[in-house]
Design a protein around this ligand. Structure first.
Ligand code: SF4
Length: 383
């Protein structure tokens, strides 16, 4: 799980510092020797808690966006098959110890889970067979505008998916091209309409600002277009160069020419306009750049998506499956290897620790610091 560090001081006319665009891991000082201990501690903590949140990483995308540091690759039939075999082995390896623990939210991220819909549907059903999902558990799938025709949306609904989070990033075709997104603004608008028409009660649109060559007018138009599609949530992220392990095309661009990036004054203006436009349209601010419009939510649904409550407020242990996935509880964290081939080769249900790259058991002080930060973030307080 990442958080962005922001510099609050606004200096008109200066380029932003690269640290303003960095990812930061909540506890970046993973300890190499603690993988086994971290997993054991997390399993024990999760069993006692009686509730957990699940994350499943699907590392396939049609192409690579310029800013993306997540693990993703173009799928081939062989790679996809072997990946899901490995993923199932990892899921199975938890089955017995956590089969009775109630799952409050299940999240498929990537990558583009909807690029491999058959595998996605099979995995949803496999998770149901191995774990106990609460009645009405929130099931979110991240989607790309070009991968969700009507029939796939209907199959997802039928399989119990009740929340779609669609990455759009911009409604400007110029910016989309610069970002190397493989869809147009028009395709994103059509996809949003299909999601609403299919009947998903929760629907989130992800947007990115502070992108090179993006001006305030273009960002405002993007926000207004997003609002016009009536999603229940909008996430507005400041663009990131990548994390400390993954290099992105955008990082190279930053190293070559920082001047193309919006300066701090423009970034501050974009942030102010985000709050103003979304606020004016009934969206209230939640944690980490996420905004919600309660008017679009049926009464029986909780206000915030369960996945946010689990991760930011209730401290439900998160178990992540798949390449690069993070797992974390109050007292321990670990991350799986972020190399797909290695993930596939290491997967073996009899050796559950083989997939883990690094782990960490938190001291009481570290655990308290992480908890305070999360609570502050969830209540909308800035770090
Ligand atoms: S941003 Fe999304 S669609 Fe683009 S490469 Fe990354 S995971 Fe794939």
């Amino acid at each position: 799980m990442f958080m962005g560090k922001r510099t609050k001081q606004v200096i008109r006319g200066t380029a932003t510092k690269s640290t303003d665009y960095e990812f930061q891991v909540i506890n970046p000082w993973f300890r190499e020797h603690q993988k086994v201990e971290a997993r054991e501690k997390l399993v024990s903590e999760t069993s006692k808690k009686g509730r957990m949140s699940l994350y499943i990483h699907v590392p396939f995308c049609e192409s690579k966006c310029s800013y993306c540091a997540y693990v993703s690759k173009a799928p081939t039939a062989i790679l996809t098959d072997s990946y899901f075999v490995a993923l199932n082995k990892e899921i199975k390896s938890f089955g017995n110890s956590l089969s009775k623990v109630q799952v409050s939210s299940l999240y498929f991220g990537g990558g583009t889970p909807t690029l491999v819909p058959t595998k996605l549907l099979e995995t949803i059903s496999f998770v149901h067979s191995r774990f106990s999902l609460e009645e009405g558990a929130e099931i979110t799938v991240e989607a790309h505008p070009k991968t969700i025709p009507e029939d796939i949306l209907v199959s997802l609904l039928t399989a119990g998916v009740n929340r779609i989070s669609m990455g759009v990033q911009s409604f400007s075709n110029v910016i989309l091209k610069l970002m190397r997104r493989s869809h147009t603004a028009e395709e994103a608008i059509d996809a949003a309409k299909r999601i609403r028409a299919a009947g998903f009660l929760r629907f989130n649109i992800d947007l990115i600002y502070a992108y090179p060559k993006q001006d305030i007018k273009s960002w405002m138009k993007t926000l207004e277009q997003a609002v016009a599609l009536c999603p229940t949530g909008i996430t507005a992220y400041r663009v990131r160069l990548g994390n400390r392990e993954g290099n992105t095309l955008l990082r190279k661009q930053y190293e070559n020419n920082q001047k193309e990036f919006p300066d701090e004054a423009l970034v501050a203006e974009m942030e102010a306009k985000t709050k103003e436009i979304l606020g004016k349209n009934g969206y209230s601010e939640g944690p980490a750049g996420w905004f919600m419009n309660e008017d679009f939510l049926p009464r029986q649904l909780p206000r915030e998506p369960q996945v946010y409550v689990d991760r930011w407020s209730d401290q439900i242990p998160l178990i992540g499956f798949g390449v690069g996935a993070y797992s974390m509880g109050r007292l321990s964290q670990y991350q799986n290897t972020n190399r797909i081939q290695e993930y596939i080769e290491r997967a073996d249900a009899s050796k559950p620790f083989a997939l883990i790259e690094k782990g960490m058991v938190l001291t009481k002080k570290e655990a308290k610091a992480a908890l305070d930060w999360k609570r502050g973030k969830f209540s909308g307080k800035k770090e």
